[in-house]
Design a protein around this ligand. Structure first.
Ligand SMILES: [Zn+2]
Length: 119
């Protein structure tokens, strides 16, 4: 019996049945690894019940929910890039400040040399 499984509600990945050697069965997303609870078959095949659990929370790919999550992820990435750009600008400003200090020190040294030569 093959139960049709909807794509993963979290990532849209492919879902499959998995089982262990003790008769426990569950459904797992091949992409993100999220899974249902385990069920054991007692006389009856437990897979239809698992599929019912899985498909109840599964939503189709390209749904508004997945689109909304993708949009949110894009905004988060944009913010992360803005933070990185800010860090780069701050690092450059710090380097310019150090260059300014070095130039001031050099100016002082030149003034001292000129003053000594003048004497
Ligand atoms: Zn998934």
């Amino acid at each position: 019996m093959s139960e049709e499984l909807k794509p993963c509600a979290h990532c849209g990945g492919e879902a499959v049945f998995d089982h262990d050697d003790h008769g426990w069965t569950w459904i797992v997303c091949k992409n993100c690894g999220i899974s249902t609870n385990c069920r054991v078959s007692c006389g009856e095949d437990c897979r239809p019940l698992l599929a019912e659990d899985w498909n109840r929370r599964a939503i189709p790919q390209n749904s508004t929910e997945l689109a909304r999550r993708a949009e949110r992820d894009a905004v988060i990435e944009e913010c992360a890039q803005a933070v990185r750009r800010t860090e780069i600008v701050e690092a450059e400003n710090s380097q310019y400040a150090q260059l300014g200090d070095a130039a001031a020190t050099l100016d002082d040294a030149i003034s001292n040399v000129l003053a000594l030569k003048g004497k």
